[in-house]
Design a protein around this ligand. Structure first.
Ligand code: FES
Length: 178
């Protein structure tokens, strides 16, 4: 019997390389559409995150280079806005708003309850990659404070007990296959 790798392995390798190339091409096309203008930074960061899932240091450096911006400026913008992520996120994400309106309505108590439930500190992802517990400065939903975003869905008038139960149920589900 031959010990050679199955014939499909290189093809799979080329397929994933092609996808990676395609992401670079799409990001390049977005920057070209904006004529590599520095003031297109936020749109470009949005596109990069949509394509790659998060903004790695290498990606930020390459965007800074393409838009002729200092890397510190690009990093500063990427860290200022809560919707940008600098690290891979978990299968599920739970973002607790700690902006003023939510804070005065008990957001900190909600966050503490979720930290206790999950064993995670805010800003971290569980070692098994199933959950990221995040915070935001304001989600633009102050009228329904305290607000929490669970897997992209805004939950207004959030309360710790309901959220704990929802997180518990989510994590009890089978993980999504890679
Ligand atoms: S302060 Fe929380 S949504 Fe605005």
């Amino acid at each position: 019997m031959s010990n050679r790798a199955p014939a499909e392995s290189p093809a799979r390798g080329s397929a994933s390389a092609a996808i990676a190339d395609n992401r670079q091409k799409l990001l390049e096309a977005t920057m070209r559409r904006h004529q590599y203008r520095p003031d297109a930074l936020i749109e470009v960061l949005h596109k990069a995150q949509e394509l790659y899932g998060y903004l790695s240091p290498q990606l930020l450096a390459s965007i800074a280079h393409s838009l002729h911006l200092p890397p510190s400026r690009v990093y500063g913008v990427a860290t200022f806005y809560h919707f940008f992520s600098l690290a891979p996120q978990g299968e599920h994400t739970c973002t607790v708003c700690l902006g003023t309106a939510c804070y005065v309505k008990g957001a900190l108590e909600i966050l503490s309850a979720l930290e206790a439930e999950t064993g995670l500190k805010a800003g971290h992802t569980s070692p098994d990659g199933r959950l990221s517990l995040l915070t935001a400065r304001c989600l633009g939903a102050c009228g329904i404070a305290p607000a929490v975003v669970l897997d992209g869905v805004v939950i207004g008038h959030a309360d710790a007990e309901t959220l704990r139960a929802r997180l518990h149920a989510l994590l009890a589900e089978a993980p999504v296959a890679p």
